[in-house]
Design a protein around this ligand. Structure first.
Ligand code: SAM
Ligand code: SF4
Length: 340
């Protein structure tokens, strides 16, 4: 039993390797309106709703992290916008922005519902969002997402920009799927004033698709892009693991996230919480801490801070993804559960 006087409240989150955790990603749902082939299987069994953290629990949890020095919160999923009360959560969390204890409240979305929700997001203090879009070809989009309508996402991008949101596109580079249009995606994004980040496919969860066949090292992509575009290395670092270049021809920024081909863990400043309240201090490790039990176990936040402290103290030095073992899932849980 923790005495409130000795609870972790106020102490910064520093792990055993001296890394300061100041970035929280929270999955607000494991559900999604799409079934991207690299992320989910066609038939997914989603968690029963009672297992999900309630809006109040999510607020309490995020606020506990803010009290411990977390400066950025990203809501993700599944698809965060399929959860109707997500704007209420954002609206409530925006008090930390107003108080100056949080620098950024943001989300990662597939963009299908942005046309309806972008204004609300902006009104809740969201300034930047990441939108995942792997192709500009409607048929390809439907194949990759197994059901999506590209036009909805394009309308969503328009709505987001009209609402004043700054947009970054996330593109998973997929061999034989979108490798021939990565340059076009860069020109498209930069032409609209959006940054773009390329991501290597990671072995998370069974999807019914052979990810080894789709794995495309970004070294290769970068080499190919540099035949037609001038890529100038940038010192700029975002809160995440991406390395950036400036594309001279477009003036835009292009990021590379290479979990499989390069270790990106030395500077890791983030932890993730699933929609059921499991805290994962590393995307590539199975061990999590049950924050839902801590939340539901007491009205005060002492248990919660104890669980957070224990998890941070055991944050692994890095993930063990290995490119030549990508065919099976290295980690059984899907990206949609942990939150990308
Ligand atoms: N539904 C939202 C979306 O798609 O943006 C948010 C959740 S999604 C899990 C977050 C990000 O993870 C997306 O950019 C998606 O492309 C990426 N992602 C999903 N599964 C992945 C995998 N196995 N390897 C690499 N990236 C993955
Ligand atoms: Fe849904 Fe995002 Fe996963 Fe695609 S990547 S299935 S949009 S959660």
């Amino acid at each position: 039993m923790t005495c409130p006087a000795f609870s972790g409240r106020g102490r910064p989150l520093v792990d055993g390797y001296g890394r300061h955790v100041n970035y929280l990603r929270v999955s607000v749902t494991d559900r999604c309106d799409l079934r991207c082939t690299y992320c989910m299987s066609e038939q997914m069994t989603f968690l029963p709703r009672r297992d999900l953290l309630t809006l109040e629990e999510l607020d309490r949890l995020c606020s506990a992290f803010v009290a411990r020095g977390v400066r950025r919160i990203r809501l993700t999923g599944g698809e965060p916008l399929v959860r109707r009360d997500v704007t209420a959560l954002l609206g409530s969390l925006s008090r930390h922005l107003d108080a100056g204890t949080l620098d950024e409240l943001t989300l990662t979305t597939n963009g299908t519902m942005l046309a309806q929700r972008a204004q609300d997001l902006a009104a809740c203090g969201v300034r930047r969002i990441n939108v995942s879009l792997d192709t500009l070809d409607p048929d390809r989009y439907r194949t990759i997402t197994r059901r999506g309508d590209l036009a909805e996402v394009l309308n969503g991008l328009d709505a987001a920009q009209s609402a004043g949101l700054s947009v970054k596109l996330n593109v998973v580079a997929l061999r034989d799927v979108n490798e021939d249009e990565l340059g076009d995606l860069v020109r498209f994004a930069h032409g609209r004033g959006m940054d773009l980040t390329l991501i290597e496919v990671m072995p998370l969860g069974e999807t019914g698709h052979d990810r080894a066949a789709r794995f495309l090292p970004l070294d290769v992509v970068r080499h190919r892009l540099s035949r037609t575009l001038t890529l100038e290395p940038l010192a700029y670092r975002s809160a995440g693991p991406a390395r950036y270049v400036r594309v001279a021809e477009t003036g835009g920024r292009l990021g590379f996230i290479t979990p499989l081909t390069h270790t990106f863990c030395e500077g890791c400043n983030r932890v993730r919480v699933t929609c059921a309240g499991q805290l994962y201090t590393c995307l590539g490790h199975e061990a999590g801490r049950d924050l839902r039990a801590a939340l539901r176990g007491s009205e005060g936040d002492g248990l919660l801070h104890d669980a957070i402290d224990d998890a941070i103290a055991h944050k692994p030095s890095g993930h063990d993804f290995v490119a030549d073992r990508i065919s099976g899932p290295a980690i059984a849980r899907h990206m949609s559960v942990t939150g990308g």
